[in-house]
Design a protein around this ligand. Structure first.
Ligand code: NAD
Length: 440
């Protein structure tokens, strides 16, 4: 820790971490493994504290807090701990274009000091999973949690220095001013998760220092529901993915595209599924979350008039409660279709079939995810070949985040770069060519 009690200035934090990196201590497998093991211990020793903080910030229920935040991060750590030594081995490559007898290999070099900035919706996981990748790659990290999840931010700031080397991770709390002060510093990589408006601010600030960025952004993730699918099962899977965390998930289904006949049955099944998930009064359900703040609450309430309400529509500002809501017969030019919803409102937009659905998707920003429910191999092939998105998932929205072996990221307006497991190691390293040409 710094010698004084006064909070370190951003330039002091970065200088301290940079000096520590220069000693070379962060490069060893032993150092990396120790930091990851300590982080794991922090999560398991304080699982109860994290659960309480997540409930305070987002009213996240216990099961969700473990599955999507605490246990999720532990699984990521375990996956990396098991594989890291092998991933770090230099990879020999042939270089027939080089002089005869040349030998080449590729190795991952740490970048140095990296900045990780996280949003409020999964305030533990979205900070720590990138931090895990950065540490595995042998970097020092400045970790900036979201001020909109203050209980989690305070807990992370309190616990991280107790468990990890203080020259491994420095947690800097705060809002826009603190984030801007950090972004003015020279980092070796900036990893930002959040909205695209701030994503542009981050990229501009990083450009000043020629610092590479990973941007994990949002967008409107469409779901195509084909004729002939099992609609009871589709609705159950859709409802769970959409209304987890009260719809405040970057990869949550944003809207449904389907034909009018399927839409009529699907809306009934969605209403049924919601009752199964949250009962007849979701306000009283312990499984149902709340909207993060009044600004987002007001924004979401304004979207509720965008179509015929099939189920839901109720809201209560004092408790930041918005009922899980399905809107039918929603027009493409309605307010709910003009922005990422990021809340518990599911519009159904009618299209004639897969051709129109593909055209609809391609007329808009490339989304973080496209989802499909179809029995048709040809429709799956067409969605894969004819649409662009961070990921494409059939049968279970949000399943792409379950396995740390799958790279996670967006494309274009939904993000730049990807991470998780070995892909995090690649994101937070420089892949260096080492070439030896024989000499007489
Ligand atoms: P947020 O407001 O918490 O902001 C994210 C971070 O940016 C915070 O650390 C915050 O302090 C900082 N920040 C905010 N304004 C800033 C500014 N003007 N200058 C510098 N820094 C600033 O979170 P948010 O952006 O509301 O998060 C929701 C968005 O994030 C949604 O669009 C969602 O889709 C996206 N998201 C993406 C992913 C992903 O993995 N791709 C995951 C979660 C959320």
């Amino acid at each position: 820790m710094p010698p004084t009690c006064a909070p370190e200035r951003p330039e002091e934090v970065v200088a301290r971490l940079r000096a520590a990196c220069r000693t070379g201590s962060h490069r060893s497998l032993e150092w990396r493994t120790r930091q990851l093991t300590c982080l794991r211990a922090m999560l398991s020793d304080h699982a109860e504290d994290f659960t309480t903080a997540l409930h305070a910030d987002l009213r996240k229920n216990r099961a969700e807090a473990y599955a999507a935040e605490i246990g999720f991060t532990i699984r990521e750590i375990d996956h990396i701990l098991v594989n890291l030594e092998e991933w770090l081995r230099p990879v020999p490559v042939t270089a027939p274009g080089c002089p005869p007898g040349s030998e080449a290999h590729l190795r991952y070099d740490p970048l140095g000091v990296v900045l990780v900035m996280a949003p409020w919706n999964y305030p533990v996981q979205l900070l720590l999973v990138p931090v895990v990748g950065a540490l595995a790659a042998g970097n020092a990290v400045v970790a900036k949690p979201s001020d909109l999840a203050p209980a989690c931010s305070a807990l992370l700031a309190r616990l991280v220095p107790r468990y990890l080397d203080t020259d491994a991770v420095s947690v800097v709390e705060g809002g826009v001013a603190e984030a801007a002060a950090l972004l003015a510093q020279r980092f070796d990589h900036v990893f930002y998760t959040g909205n695209g408006v701030v994503g542009r601010v981050v990229m501009r600030a990083a450009a000043e220092h020629l610092t590479p960025v990973t941007l994990e952004l949002g967008g409107k993730c469409p779901v195509f529901v084909d004729r002939g699918t099992n609609l009871a099962d589709t609705a159950a899977r859709l409802a769970r993915a959409k209304f987890t965390n009260a719809g405040q998930t970057c990869v949550a289904p944003d809207h449904v595209l389907t034909d009018p006949e399927t839409a009529r049955t699907l809306e009934v099944e969605l209403a049924r599924s919601l009752e199964k998930l949250f009962g007849t009064d979701p306000r009283a359900s312990r499984s149902y979350g709340r909207i993060i703040n009044p600004r987002h609450f007001d924004r979401l309430v304004r979207l509720l008039d965008s179509g015929r309400i099939v189920v839901g529509g109720g809201h209560d500002r004092e408790n930041r409660y918005i009922a899980p809501t399905v809107l039918a017969e929603v027009r493409a030019d309605s307010p709910v279709m003009q922005e990422e919803i990021f809340g518990p409102v599911l519009p159904i937009v009618e299209v004639s079939g897969v051709d129109e659905a593909i055209a609809f998707i391609n007329e808009r920003d490339k989304p973080l995810a496209v989802y499909g429910f179809t029995r048709s191999t040809d429709t799956r092939r067409r969605l894969a070949e004819e649409t662009a998105s961070g990921s494409l998932v059939f049968g279970l929205p949000m399943a792409q985040v379950l396995d740390p072996g799958l790279p996670f990221g967006g494309v274009g307006p939904s993000g730049t770069g990807s991470y998780r497991g070995a892909h995090s190691l690649a994101a937070f390293s420089h892949r260096k060519t080492v070439l030896q040409v024989p000499q007489r």
